[in-house]
Ligand binder design. Structure first.
Ligand code: GDP
Length: 639
């Protein structure tokens, strides 16, 4: 009934295998290693690939992986116990060889395997024959409870409640709403104020201090609170941050003073000195946002010295190798689930405190537990430092892109093939799609590429005008006179209420005809649960096959990030009616300037999609676009 059972070392040496079918099964096993084991998804013990289900177990003491594969349609209830039995017997039989690192020998395990398999199948059959009997009332837990005990419980509960009331304890407050804007525009003008707004404001101030190298992270709590804004906004506010950042930023993307566009491009005279100074500042690769945490990194380094010694020791003491010979001489301990539990609990809370979605923090910790349980540590390695290192490795692994995304190079390549490179921006409302689209546009223009902005948000009033203003500004910053008479930025718009997929297609065709290098497609913000809108987005992507589908998400978002991304991806898959549907390829993380070191959304989003953070939005000027620095973000997360 089993298609495959294989035992291999973490280094990739196959020790023994059983194959029940003629087919070559390397691909599903490789897929399991690539998508589950190497991507820190150790909390998942079962994996589906084509028509197969694969289950696996790690043996961390001997660094072995046991994998079983069987047809998906079979419901084999005995697999979990069976892998354990095989693991135990294999370890017992070859303990000495495994300890000595003698893995190239011939492992003859077929007889034991067949015996265990027969036993497992027979017991599964027996269980199937005997349907589970319902418990009698006497056997149930309820029968143990006397009526009196129930009464006492209720009384106690009441007493507890009263004590709480007497002490003036308020009933537990609902958690403050996350500063996520779902369905509305972020009130960046400062209207409303409120505590959440204050925190964002404080974080922004910290961020800008870090950016300019002034101030230290220590005064986060003591930084002066910004004055309350008096003016209230009406409708979609001008993009203006009165207190955020340097005085330079006050002008930035506040285009509220712009005259109603008549479709013509603005002239040079419309630009301020600040804006003019931007020209030429964004050429080349994007700078990394991680430089902000440099200070913290230095401190970390000191702490790390001590840990490094421990790590080296733990590396030496695990796996096959000459150091195993000394294991018997120095004290050693095996990592157990019980020893890990309190440390992992703390780690989970810490990650949640850094805004990692609770589910993801949980899965991450479970994955680390699976990876470490049973591992033998040397005398000098503590469980805490081992876990910390494992978490650090996992976080780095998650954030490190699995494939290269080099947009400038890809645009060049598309250009050499006489086709435009298309990026589609999607996400919920108010997260910063249009603003960050404009920043990317500016960066591309600064690198000498011609850009066409396709206004495919045909839904939200003002969306087209917002892009028109951006296009005018950028065209004024890079006027045709500076580029041999060529228009560097243009807008493709067809007003409101039309089919977005159709407009995107027309825009791409227009770009091809006009030899424009990049098309940036703005789409309407939509909630992940809105089926008709999700269907429309799926159609837009299916019809136009953009080179990059960017999900724009706020760094402020907590648990909701997982829901948003899972549902966006699910909808793109469900509504595409294609065998290999296009899903989200990358993430644009906005409002990074408002979160200080609570950088958890980066982890939640990359873990959920398996896709990298391609851009980070760090403010409201065209130059506030950065790349992610994985190490620095991980440092901030573990700080
Ligand atoms: P859309 O509805 O998704 O297109 O969102 P908008 O582009 O209209 O942006 C919503 C608000 O978020 C605007 O006020 C932007 O100025 C602001 N915003 C966008 N990106 C950033 C960022 O990186 N940092 C900050 N602080 N604000 C941003």
């Amino acid at each position: 009934m089993l298609d495959l059972f294989t035992i291999f070392s973490k280094g990739g040496i196959v020790l023994w295998y059983f194959q029940g079918v003629n087919q070559v099964l390397t691909e599903p096993v490789n897929a399991l290693i690539k998508t589950v084991i190497l991507q820190e998804r150790g909390s998942v013990s079962s994996f589906q690939h084509g028509s197969l289900t694969l289950e696996y177990k790690l043996d961390n003491e001997f660094e072995l992986i046991f994998v079983v594969a069987y047809q998906k349609i079979l419901q084999l209830s005995y697999i979990d116990k069976f892998i354990d039995d095989v693991r135990r017997e294999f370890r017992d039989k070859y303990a000495q060889d495994l300890r000595d690192g003698n893995v190239m020998r011939d492992f003859d395990f077929t007889e034991e395997f067949q015996r265990l398999l027969k036993k497992a199948e027979a017991s599964a059959k027996n269980q199937a024959k005997q349907p589970r009997q319902m418990r009698t009332f006497e056997e149930s837990q309820k029968s143990q409870k006397s009526v009196a005990s129930l009464k006492v419980d209720k009384k106690k509960e009441k007493e507890k409640e009263n004590v709480g009331k007497k002490k003036g304890k308020a009933p537990p407050e609902p958690a403050p709403p996350a500063a996520v804007i779902n369905g509305g525009t972020v009130n960046t003008g400062g209207g409303g104020g409120g505590e959440g707004q204050d925190t964002i404001q404080r974080n922004r101030e910290e961020f800008f201090k870090k950016m300019t190298g002034k101030g230290s992270k220590k005064n986060i709590g003591t930084s002066p609170k910004p004055e309350k804004e008096k003016e209230k906004k009406k409708g979609k506010a001008p993009t203006k941050w009165a207190h955020g950042g340097s005085s330079k930023d006050a002008k930035i993307l506040d285009f509220s003073g712009d005259k109603e566009s008549n479709g013509t491009m603005a002239g040079e005279e419309d630009l301020g000195d600040t804006e003019r100074a931007w020209v030429g500042s964004m050429s080349g690769e994007l700078k990394s946002v991680g430089d902000l945490y440099e200070e913290e990194e230095e401190e970390e380094e000191e702490d790390d010295d001590e840990e490094e010694i421990q790590q080296k020791d733990s590396k030496k003491s695990s796996g096959f190798g000459v150091f195993n010979m000394f294991k018997g001489l120095v004290g050693q301990k095996t990592v157990t689930a019980e020893a890990m539990a309190p440390v992992l609990d703390k780690m989970k809370d810490h990650l949640i405190g850094k805004n990692v979605a609770a589910d993801i923090a949980d899965q991450l910790c479970t994955s680390v537990a699976t990876k470490l349980e049973g591992r033998v540590l040397g005398t000098f390695s503590g469980v805490t430092s081992t876990i910390r290192q494992a978490i650090r490795d996992s976080l780095v692994q998650i954030l490190t892109p699995k494939r290269r995304i080099d947009i400038l190079r890809d645009v060049m390549e598309a250009k050499s093939q006489n086709r435009p490179y298309t990026i589609t921006f999607c996400g919920v409302n108010g997260v910063g799609k249009s603003t960050n689209l404009a920043k990317i546009c500016f960066w591309l223009v600064e690198n000498g590429f011609r850009v066409l902005i396709a206004a495919c948000d045909t839904f939200r009033a003002g969306a087209v005008e917002q892009l028109r203003t951006h296009a005018r500004r950028m065209a004024a910053l890079h006027p045709p006179e500076h580029h041999s008479g060529v228009k560097m930025v243009q807008l493709y718009e067809k007003g409101y209420g039309k089919d977005a997929a159709g407009i995107a297609m027309e825009a791409i065709n227009f770009a091809r005809e006009q030899r424009i290098d990049v098309v940036l497609v703005d789409t309407a913000g939509r909630m992940q649960d809105n089926e008709p809108l999700m269907r429309a987005l799926s159609k837009l992507i299916k019809v136009n096959q953009p080179e990059l589908v960017l999900f724009v998400g706020e760094a402020l978002v907590g648990n909701d990030s997982v829901d948003q991304l899972t549902k966006f991806n699910q909808a793109l898959a469900d509504f595409s009616s294609m065998e290999n549907p296009r899903l989200i390829d990358g993430i644009l993380l906005t409002k990074f300037d408002t979160i200080d070191d609570k950088v958890g959304a980066a982890i939640s989003m990359t873990y959920t999609t398996g896709q990298p953070v391609v851009f980070v939005g760090t403010g409201q000027t065209y130059t506030d676009l950065k790349a992610l620095n994985v190490q620095a973000v991980v440092n901030a997360l573990l700080k």
